[in-house]
Structures are given as C-alpha cells and as structure tokens.
Ligand binder design. Structure first.
Ligand SMILES: Cc1ncc(COP(=O)(O)O)c(C=O)c1O
Length: 360
C-alpha cells in the first residue's frame, strides 16, 4: 500500500461504496435497470434529466482536467469544493482520533466538516504582520506533528485574509508531513492570484491535494461544481465515499459550456478586470481616514479594518450594499470583507463610505 493510502481510515480500506446502476458497464438499448421513468417529465422537454447522470460526466471531467492541467484520473468532480472538503475529512479522519488542522481566521467549512466527523480541530492562527495575516508554516508543521493531524487545510489565497502561500513553503510542509498527513491546498480563488497552482508540486509530493471550483472566477456558484485534484489512488477512495450521482446533468452541461474556449477567454478577461479593480478599490479605501488597514489580496475580495467597522457596515447597508461582517471573528473585530464588484459597484462602495465619513 502506498504511503498515501495509509492515511485513509483503516475501517474504509477495501470499502467499495455503493454500486449504482450507472456504474455497471453493461450494453443494451432498453434500460430497465434503474427504476427510472419510461417518459420524460413534461417539464423537461429536452429529456436531459429522465435518467440518472453519469457519476463523473466524461466530457466535463476531460474539460476540467485540461483546465487544471492534470490527469483525468487525478480529478474528482463534486458538489462544489464544499463536498470535496467533507469527503476528505470523512475518508481520512477516524472520529474522536484524527485531527483536522486549520488556520483561522479562515473559511468556516473545514471546521464544520471536522465537527460533523467528530474529528478534533487544531487551530494555528494566521500571523499578523504589517502586510496582513499570513500562514505560520513553522507553527503549522509543529502543531500538525504534535497533534497527529491527518488533514491540514491551507487556504491559498486565504479567505478572508487574502494572503497566499509560496509553493516552496507548501512543498516543505508536505515533505515534513509525508506519511502522516494530507496537505489540502484550497485554491477556490486561484484564478485571481499571482502564484501558480500547488498541483505543480504533486509529482514530487503525493500528500498534497488541491481544491478548485467553478463558483468564483467562472461565475457558476449555483451549478455547484468543484473538484479535488489528488493522487489517483486517493481519488478512487473518495469516489467510494461520495453520493452515487453527485453531478446533476443540467449542472454538468452548464459547466461544460463555461469551459468552451470562447467562454474561457471571456472569463480570463473578467479575472483581469477584477484584479485591476481590486487594486483600484484598495487604493481608494486606503485613502479614507476611517480605514485603518486594507491588506493586499490575491483573491476577489479585500479585508478592511475600520476605525468604526459597525458604522461602515451600516452605512453600506443603508446604501443597499451588503458586505461580509467579520466583527464576530476573533482578531477581526474591526474588519469587513468586501467582494470586488464591477467598476460601478466598487464606486458605490466608495461613495457610501465617503458620504458616511463626511457626515460623521
Ligand atoms: C476558500 C473557499 N473554499 C471553498 C469554498 C466553497 O466553494 P464551492 O462553491 O466550490 O463549494 C469557498 C466559498 O466561499 C471558499 O471561500
């Protein structure tokens, strides 16, 4: 057994999962093996949804493998990266024993999945520096080894902090944890980042898994298409832990259309616009007297500290602008996270904050 498969829960080794009707390689022209309806729904004249879908739609899987420059065998499609996070925790962590390591303040689903699995949660807070909040790689390594964490989540670019982790640092951590933990690099915002993907490390370090999603740069949050890219042996295990038909046909078709060359080109141009707007908004926010700090960001959002974050939040809300209130998050009591919108939307943000400051 490879080093990597030894990280899988002992009680799941050899587990084959559910064998759906679609997973059997049978031939025929009259399919009466899955208790589907003989007729299309009147609401579905194109009859795209009468039959259960391919568990991993072939064309979509190839298109995603091309997009992320990986082998098809290294990729599993799920219902957003949320499902991938959950699958990884479930497949690797024995309840009550194997820990999940997170780096708060960070995306909350890692901790939710750990809680649901009964996996102890180890927190290694981001380190505060003048340039923002950064992963403390030495402390992560030490805590992971001491706590015998099985899954280490690195969010890069980090939500909500905006910082990204250099590939050398990720590789060093994965090497130190080889045979002990899987390092999961969540690249939900990777398209907006200057740094290359951690998939480029996987040849050398098999204990790295990478999460990608079509929810952000590709503007398909409602389609719920995310992927985990990892060693094919681990992908096989995750597939056995996944629901039988995780990718609805209408979602797969939409995702495939989003990966056509012309659409991808438009997405690339929009990403460029967001990156430019991010810097424009950062400069404008930084010039406001009521802003204490606005950190550099590699994502499509900015983390902003205010003299009075409550007043800024209310002023934005009064102007109809809803941003993410971070005040209840430890160490972010003065912060809001603002998603980068279109140029006009970003102007509205600035306008509302300037008006509030002028009135104060
Ligand atoms: C860092 C991070 N990872 C994963 C997700 C979940 O994305 P998906 O829509 O692919 O489930 C989000 C959503 O906000 C996120 O911020």
């Amino acid at each position: 057994m490879s080093d990597l498969l030894e990280l899988v829960r002992e009680d799941l080794r050899g587990f084959g999962g559910y064998q759906s009707a679609r997973s059997q390689a049978l031939q025929g022209d009259l399919w009466l093996n899955a208790n589907e309806s003989a007729w299309a729904s009147p609401a579905d004249p194109g009859s795209t949804s009468r039959r259960y879908p391919d568990p991993q739609p072939t064309a979509l899987r190839s298109a995603l493998a091309r997009l992320y420059s990986c082998d098809e065998a290294s990729l599993l499609i799920g219902r957003g990266s949320d499902e991938a996070i959950d699958l990884l925790v479930r497949a690797l962590c024995t309840p009550g024993r194997d820990a999940v390591l997170v780096t708060p303040p960070v995306f909350g689903m890692y901790a939710v999945s750990a809680r649901l699995q009964g996996a102890p949660l180890v927190e290694v807070p981001l380190r505060q520096a003048a340039s923002g909040l950064h992963a403390d790689m030495q402390a992560i390594q030490q805590a992971a080894l001491e706590s015998r964490a099985k899954v280490v989540f690195l969010c890069s670019p980090s939500n909500p902090a905006g910082s990204a982790i250099a590939l050398e640092e990720i590789e060093r951590l994965a090497a130190a944890l080889q045979g002990r933990a899987l390092v999961v690099v969540d690249e939900a915002y990777g398209e907006f980042s200057d740094l290359p993907s951690a998939t480029t490390l996987q040849q050398r370090q098999a204990n790295i898994a990478v999460l990608r999603t079509l929810s952000k740069a590709h503007a398909l949050a409602a389609a719920r298409i995310g992927v985990v890219i990892a060693d094919p042996a681990l992908i096989g295990v995750l597939r056995c832990c996944q629901a039988p038909y995780p990718v609805p046909t209408p979602c797969a078709e939409l995702a495939l259309a989003a990966l056509a060359p012309a659409t991808l080109e438009q997405t690339r141009r929009r990403v460029e616009l967001v990156r430019n707007e991010r810097e424009r908004l950062r400069a404008m926010l930084g010039a406001l007297p009521g802003v204490v700090a606005v950190y550099p960001s590699q994502g499509n959002y900015l983390l902003v500290r205010f003299v009075d974050a409550g007043a800024a939040f209310r002023a934005l809300l009064d102007a109809g602008v809803v941003v993410r209130d971070q005040r209840a998050v430890p160490r972010l009591g003065d912060a809001l996270r603002i998603t980068i919108g279109s140029p006009e939307q970003n102007d509205r943000v600035i306008c509302a904050l300037r008006l509030q400051e002028a009135a104060a």
